[in-house]
Design a protein around this ligand. Structure first.
Ligand code: HEC
Ligand code: HEC
Length: 420
């Protein structure tokens, strides 16, 4: 007995010495070089420029429109079953996402629900960029059979039949079309789906369709004004960058452990993540094929190659009749990138709060950050198109370090939205 416990103590002492030796051997992360500090500064939330104006939406920055839009965002009456609101899938407590692989409402959405925080900065909306403004995007879920499942006639009737909404609408946009004559304005009508709503829409007079589209687009503009107020919140990473810029090493050590520092160094260096995840929102807002595999049995998603013709065909796009910009200044549409490399390409998502947006990728195909990083490490051949990312050859510890770093992008608090 006695000799066993002595031996145990001996083993523990030796093990302790080895651990201590390893800790001494583990070099402290080297200080950041000047060029690395410049990269870190470019990723810092403080470097985010003021929100660019949306000339296509004249109420974009009107607080009354934002207040109206907020009510609409949470209102289930604009859905086919009276139960679905934007907030069903974009939940404030989840930073405006839903934690599911694919959105769930009247049916199942085709893709994963992104957070809308900071989406006002993106020239393209949706994973495939099939809309070019927040207001034109906001109209799509209302008529998507899997989401709100409604039609624009029913949607605008919600506004005209609610006294408070009607008042807010009129004060922002002027007189609201009188919808009482159901021969001119059917109870339900919307273009495009080849069903009875479509037939009712096609039977309407063109000026009446324009009047309905005008009200419909204004609803999107009010919702967009609200969405513009939902911005990314600073994280521990941003505090760390501030400490790096101040050359305050003591504070740096309090904020980041060595694994997080190593992960950040990989992120901006060897692992080349900032090739696409750059700028203060950690996205270049461009479309890339990163070889994400489809769920088995699903046809691979064409991504941007499908989204591009859709945004050009959208009557509510920047060049369309419902834009408020008399000059139709639309450089994004004019210079939109085309070409074969867009097959299977998706918009680079922001990595702010990435931990909180699991499961990951355009259809929620990858469950954990560790698995996302293993995907990048292997860079498999794409199912369609060509994977732009190259295998990284990282070891297990490096993958863990990168995952630790990604955890520092979680917002510190979101008090602004707790009451919603
Ligand atoms: C059924 C769940 C669901 C509902 C309801 C819903 N969304 Fe979404 N939302 C999604 C999904 C899924 C996507 C991504 C779809 C895609 O890219 O093809 C998305 C994308 C978006 C985006 C684009 C974000 C980005 O970064 O590209 C915005 C903005 C948005 N929704 C706002 C809204 C608004 C406003 C409403 C209400 C009018 C709404 N959503 C209703 C699921 C939903
Ligand atoms: C070639 C551009 C490119 C590079 C390089 C790149 N990414 Fe991505 N990243 C993307 C795109 C595009 C997506 C979305 C892909 C999809 O859904 O099919 C994505 C998705 C992600 C996601 C999932 C986010 C979410 O909300 O679903 C994470 C996490 C991520 N990338 C981290 C990284 C890290 C870490 C690196 C470096 C190892 C990296 N990325 C390198 C373009 C890139």
């Amino acid at each position: 007995m006695r000799s066993t416990s002595l031996r145990t103590i001996g083993v523990l002492v030796v093990a302790g010495a080895v651990v201590a030796w390893l800790q001494i051997r583990e070099p402290a992360p080297p200080p950041w070089t000047e060029s690395e500090v410049a990269v870190l500064r470019s990723l810092w939330l403080e470097s985010l420029p003021a929100l660019p104006a949306d000339r296509s939406n004249k109420v974009a920055d009107d607080p009354r429109a934002a207040a109206f839009g907020q009510q609409l965002f949470f209102d289930p009456r604009m859905s086919a079953n009276g139960q679905i609101a934007c907030s069903t899938c974009h939940q404030p407590v989840r930073r405006f996402s839903d934690g599911l692989a694919k959105g769930q409402a009247i049916g199942t959405s085709k893709r994963n629900t992104p957070s809308i925080a900071g989406s006002a900065y993106s020239p393209w909306l949706y994973w495939d960029g099939r809309r070019d403004s927040q207001w034109s995007q906001a109209l799509a879920p209302l008529e998507d059979p899997n989401e709100h499942g409604s039609n624009r006639m029913q949607v605008i009737r919600v506004i005209s039949s609610d006294e408070s909404y009607r008042g807010q609408y009129v004060s922002l946009f002027g007189p609201l079309t009188d919808l009482a004559d159901v021969a001119r304005f059917p109870i339900a009508a919307a273009p495009g789906l080849g069903d009875e709503w479509d037939a009712a829409w096609q039977a309407m007079a063109e000026p009446d369709r324009v009047a309905v589209n005008t009200v419909f687009s204004n609803i999107g503009k009010a919702i967009a004004a609200f969405e513009r107020t939902i911005l990314p919140v600073s994280s521990r990473f941003d505090d760390y960058v501030a400490a790096v810029i101040d050359a305050d090493t003591e504070r740096q050590q309090l904020l980041f452990n060595d694994a997080e520092v190593r992960g950040l160094r990989l992120f901006i260096g060897e692992a080349n993540c900032t090739q696409c995840h750059n700028g203060p929102l950690l996205t270049n807002n461009e479309f890339h094929n990163t070889g994400v595999l489809s769920f088995s049995g699903e046809v691979p998603d064409k991504g941007r190659v499908g989204g591009l013709p859709e945004v050009f065909a959208d009557p509510f796009n920047c060049l369309g009749d419902y834009s408020d910009d008399p000059e139709r200044h639309c450089p994004e549409l004019e210079f939109a990138r085309t070409g074969a490399e867009l097959v299977g390409a998706f918009r680079t998502p922001s990595l702010r709060n990435v931990e909180g947006t699991a499961p990951f990728m355009h259809k929620g195909q990858i469950a954990t950050l560790g698995l996302v990083l293993e995907h990048y490490n292997e860079a498999p051949d794409a199912m369609i198109g060509h994977n732009e990312a190259k295998p990284l050859g990282l070891g297990k510890r490096e993958i863990r370090d990168l995952a630790s770093f990604l955890g520092t992008l979680t917002p510190r608090e979101q008090a602004q939205f707790d009451s919603m």
